[in-house]
Write a protein that binds this ligand. Structure first.
Ligand code: FA5
Ligand code: MG
Length: 492
């Protein structure tokens, strides 16, 4: 067997020992990484090719997209008239006027791995590429995990100075009130052309453009310098310090004015709903924090203080010049951002649960109207929850070292490593939107056998009716059966 050679893949300029990846929220050790073990769990035994939007995709070892997810493809909530996701999209795009910005909302959700990862300089073993995090149609084709998948193609189309792209995106993820395997993002970007300014330095032009943006009096916490040689580096050799600073300032002001509007609207809606406290509530708190994305540098995330906690609403940064070279517009430079539409819509309308966006219930849909003043969502009812625990021995855990080796052999390896997202997928497949929350409540290693046990609590609650105990039991039994069959775990 070939020895496993660990290849250095991280950008050489980063000398810190760890960073937190903004894509996956995992800390990275900036030395060398082994690929994570891949889960081989797939949700369909059929070998029939997948036919989507008139195109056929052969299944292979990577195919892991279940029917329940494919059925979300035609929904396109971001363009449904009077849907809160669509209203949120419109509110945000109004801050990025034509003709400077072109607006796209019909790009196909089916992306190549090149578009979704390679074109964005994702390293070969970035966890985002793994089958546990991403829905694959086959080894070369995914359901896009973010709107950034279209960055390079849209830069190449070169039709305007800026753009927005609104779209449905797909990720294998946790189950709770703010996570859903399908959600919506809006990407935005703005570029300047060196050949159009005297001396080829765009800084002055960017500051002049910034002067035309709406001003606000929001106090924004931004304690870090615009660039930092290790944490948030300037793209040396591509951008001057003054260019990066001007682009960062334009980016931040553009996005700050979006949040100012959003929160002003949310407050008006609260006051209109008779929420007296909204009139005197503390001013909005917003902060910029340093971040890391493979395709921007420097990079930031914006967080807002909401209901007692900091909530991340977007990621952004100065576009990596390698992308613009790939797009054959090397003379251009600028910024890009990606914002989560559900998170914004939940704040705007006080929508308490992300599953509601998928409801066809008129009691939900009739509360939102295009062209009418924004109103807070009035919950129609809250049906009782019913929770059930499931404890199991994790497959393959008696030989955890073998799991590491599995990483070296990659997909298709018979030694399955348990991954929580596979468990989430089973729960979603069985219970659909009736699964409200799944959390790990206990985990231990048997002192003698070394076997690992996990206990998860699954909260079932229907948004539309009272769930009978017998129905919850039936769902839970099915979850247990599929877990055993597909993930090879042993129920305790
Ligand atoms: C991205 O997806 C980057 N593509 C953003 C970006 C674009 C950075 C352009 C730089 C330049 P991230 O995974 O953090 O980053 O997601 C961006 C936003 O999408 C988050 O801030 C959040 O608002 C939203 N989001 C992410 N995951 C979820 C989820 N599971 N459910 C709902 N919203 C989510
Ligand atoms: Mg993020």
């Amino acid at each position: 067997m070939a020895a496993i050679i660990e290849i250095p893949w991280w950008n050489s300029y980063r000398r810190l020992s760890t960073v937190l990846c903004s894509e996956c929220r995992r800390p990275y050790t900036l030395k060398r990484m082994r690929p994570r073990p891949y889960s081989t769990a797939t949700t369909s035994a059929t070998k029939e090719p997948l036919t989507l939007n008139g195109k056929t995709y052969e299944r292979d070892d990577w195919t892991n997209v279940p029917e329940s997810i494919l059925s979300a493809l035609p929904r396109k909530l971001h363009v449904q008239p009077s849907h809160p996701i669509s209203l949120t999209r419109k509110l945000i795009t109004s801050h990025f006027p034509k003709p400077t910005y072109a607006h796209h909302s019909t790009f196909s959700p089916i992306a190549t791995t090149h578009q979704n990862f390679d074109s964005l300089d994702f390293p070969p073993d970035h966890p985002g590429r793994s089958k546990t995090d991403t829905y694959y149609l086959n080894a070369d084709t995914v359901l896009r995990t973010h709107t950034s998948a279209h960055q390079v193609d849209t830069f190449r189309a070169n039709e305007s100075e800026g753009y927005t792209i609104s779209a449905d995106v797909y990720r294998r993820d946790a189950i709770d009130r703010s996570h859903y395997p399908v959600f919506h993002q809006m990407e935005g970007a703005r570029l300047w052309d060196r050949t159009k300014v005297p001396g080829g330095n765009i800084a002055k032009a960017v500051w002049a453009d910034l002067e035309t943006l709406p001003k606000h009096n929001l106090i924004v916490e931004d304690p870090n310098p615009p660039t930092h040689p290790e944490r948030n580096p300037l793209q040396e050799g591509h951008h001057s310090q003054e260019e990066a600073e001007a682009i960062a300032a334009h980016l931040k002001r553009s996005l700050e004015s979006v949040v100012v509007t959003i929160f002003a609207r949310a407050k008006e809606a609260a006051i209109a709903a008779g929420d007296e406290a909204a009139k005197t509530e503390a001013p909005l708190r917003v902060r910029w924090i340093e971040a890391y994305f493979p395709f921007t540098s420097p990079s930031w995330e914006m967080e807002v203080f909401w209901q007692g906690d900091w909530l991340e609403i977007l990621g952004c940064g100065v576009v990596k010049q390698s992308l613009l070279e790939r797009a054959e517009v090397p003379q251009k430079l600028g910024w890009a951002f990606g914002i989560g539409l559900e998170r914004i819509a939940m704040l705007l309308y006080s929508i308490p649960d992300i599953r509601l966006f998928w409801s066809n219930d008129q009691r939900f849909l009739s509360q939102f109207k295009e062209g009418e003043p924004m109103r807070r969502f009035v919950p129609f009812s809250k049906y009782p929850e019913c929770y059930k625990d499931v404890s199991f021995w994790v497959a393959g855990s008696t030989s955890s070292a073998a799991g590491g080796a599995a990483g070296g052999t990659g997909p298709g390896n018979a030694q399955r490593e348990f991954h929580e997202n596979d468990f989430m997928e089973v729960v979603r497949e069985v219970a659909g939107d009736t699964a409200e929350h799944v959390r790990l409540v206990d985990e231990f290693t048997h002192p003698v056998s070394g076997r690992k046990s996990r206990c998860y609590r699954v909260t079932y609650r229907s948004l539309e009716k009272t769930l009978r105990s017998a129905e919850a039991n039936e769902l839970h039994k099915k979850v247990e059966d599929i877990l055993t069959e597909r993930l090879g775990v042993e129920i305790r």
